[in-house]
Structure formats: structure tokens, C-alpha cells
Design a binder for this molecule. Structure first.
Ligand SMILES: [Zn+2]
Length: 134
């Protein structure tokens, strides 16, 4: 699973639209029923409208009707010097859209790491914090 996810994420990275940062990220989500959803970062002149690769991939997955329990893993890759740990916005999104123990595979072809959103974002804020308000 991990090797195919990483391979597809690196393929997706080639589609990154990054005229401002020239920092390419690719991502791929695998569902338990064997579907792959790729994403790449897509920048915008307004900067704030930029979408990261991992959010692109997981939004594509959710757009096809899949949910947390359906996701087997996600790869997030870059050709940068350091691993592309998810940014703060992506950690918030992943904390809601992934199960806490779903494997997150990071690679830049020189280094690899397997982690989870629970490790990346302890004490996260989420739906559980709002349950008594709903
Ligand atoms: Zn991000």
C-alpha cells in the first residue's frame, strides 16, 4: 500500500501549479475499497486562495462520497529538501477527515516517515468540542 501511495503522490506532484513558491507537493489517498484520489498544491496570486496538495486529495476523496472510515492511508510528498509535514490548516482538516490512527506517509525520496494525525496534532479542536452546542 505505502509504495503505491507514494508513487501516485509523486506523479500527482508533477501536476502542482506553483508559479509563486515553486514548491511542489503531491498527495494520494487510498480507500479501503482500492480507490486512489490524487491531489497537488494549486497556488493563486491572492495566496490565501491556494490549496495544499493533501487537502486537494482528501477533498477529492470526500467529493466522491468517501468518509473517514473508508480511508486506508494518505501519502504527502515533495521534492523539497525536507519532508512536507502538513501545514496548520491541513492538520485541522485532516484531524476531522481522517481517523486518528490512519497512516500518513511522508516522503521526499531522500527520507520517509510514517505518522498519524494524532501524532501531528495532539489536543486538536474538532466536532467533539462542539457536541454539547449542537
Ligand atoms: Zn496545507
Amino acid at each position: 500500500m505505502k509504495e503505491t501511495l507514494l508513487e501516485k503522490a509523486f506523479e500527482a506532484m508533477n501536476n502542482a501549479y506553483v508559479p509563486y513558491s515553486n514548491y511542489r507537493v503531491g498527495s494520494c489517498v487510498l480507500t479501503h475499497d482500492g480507490q486512489y484520489f490524487i491531489g497537488a498544491n494549486v497556488e493563486n496570486a491572492s495566496y490565501g486562495a491556494t490549496n495544499c496538495g493533501e487537502r486537494s486529495a482528501i477533498f477529492a476523496c470526500y467529493s466522491h462520497g468517501y468518509r473517514q472510515k473508508d480511508i486506508a492511508g494518505i501519502a504527502i510528498v515533495t521534492d523539497g529538501q525536507l519532508l512536507a509535514g502538513p501545514c496548520g490548516i491541513c492538520r485541522q482538516v485532516l484531524s476531522e477527515l481522517l481517523e486518528s490512527d490512519t497512516p500518513i506517509y511522508l516522503s521526499n525520496k531522500k527520507e520517509e516517515m510514517t505518522t498519524t494525525i494524532a501524532e501531528l496534532m495532539p489536543l486538536s479542536f474538532g466536532m467533539k468540542d462542539l457536541e454539547d452546542r449542537m
